[in-house]
Write a protein that binds this ligand. Sequence first.
Ligand code: SAH
Length: 356
Amino acid sequence: MTELLSLYPDELEALLVSVGEPKYRAKQIFPQLHRGLTPEMMTNIGKTTCERLASVASWHFPTIRRKLVSAIDGTVKYLLEMEDGACVEAVVMKYKHGNTVCISSQVGCRMGCRFCASTIGGRVRNLSAGEILGEVITVQKDLGSERLSGIVMMGIGEPLDNYDQVIRFLRLVSHENGICIGLRHISLSTCGLVDKIYQLTEEDLPITLSISLHAADDETRSSIMPINNRWKIAQLLAACKNWFEKTGRRISFEYTLIAGKNDSPESARKLAELLNRSLRTRTEGMPIHVNLIPVNEVQETGFVRAADRAVQKFAQILEERGIRATVRRTLGADINASCGQLRREEAAKKAAASKK
Ligand code: SAH
């Protein structure tokens, strides 16, 4: 059945007309729905309209299954449950310049990155555009008067592996009559589905692209990210260059520092050389920004966080070579706010309960 929350305004209008309702109802329903009201809750929508809609469409907002608030920095982590019981995570990070929500695009993930908790059980299913939007709406409702001002698609899942629904979500969440978060305040992070990066370049969506690079040579990258067996680093960076040339929008690179794997000064020099060579011409080029993330230790992966000293040195080497490097602050350390861990905990609990 059609999911109401996944529809563009003109599709909602067509659906209403198909059940004998006037067009203008779409203008009444769309903004209220995106504020988190179901049709039954809308005071200007009658029972007949609701019944007619219910005969062709369904509506559901994710519910909050668990909520953890960090005592250190106010980061809020949500375990959100979808209509079928599937759970994903969303995290609100509070910065001086506003609140940013990190959301999930799939239930689980099939990319297999070896340091990541979200991929351990594989991909269960894709989320629909309405479910992804539902994450933002449910979180915004819970925050009350504190407005969400930005979104990062860095939660569970690979957004470009759920391309059509993610594009639809981006258009819906930025719609002027909806929750209206500007595309310029949205980042999409990908492990590097090169064909989809080319496709995204043509969508004319002024979002920020984040690339999970994590290594400066193919051998190291392939050993931690299976996607590198499909597309090599050179192909990925060519897609990045094309993105910058066509959209003029910068790209930021994520680099997870793993002790003894990719955190040496030599790796830093290699990374700087690679990015400068691949993305800059002699006179100009894209501003390059690398976000360094000391790996979050996940029990199952056995990877160890790089030492603070190694992280600082790594950043310094990049900066000396003209690459802006920032070290990601750890937020919500006391609530295990990093990717995928809460969902795994919940799944383990369920499994234990069913064995009893
Ligand atoms: N699939 C997308 C988005 C989700 S992951 C992607 O790969 O970009 C968001 C970021 O967190 C990615 O850069 C990912 O590589 C990183 N990440 C995953 N597990 C991590 C861990 N244990 N420690 C640090 N960063 C991690």
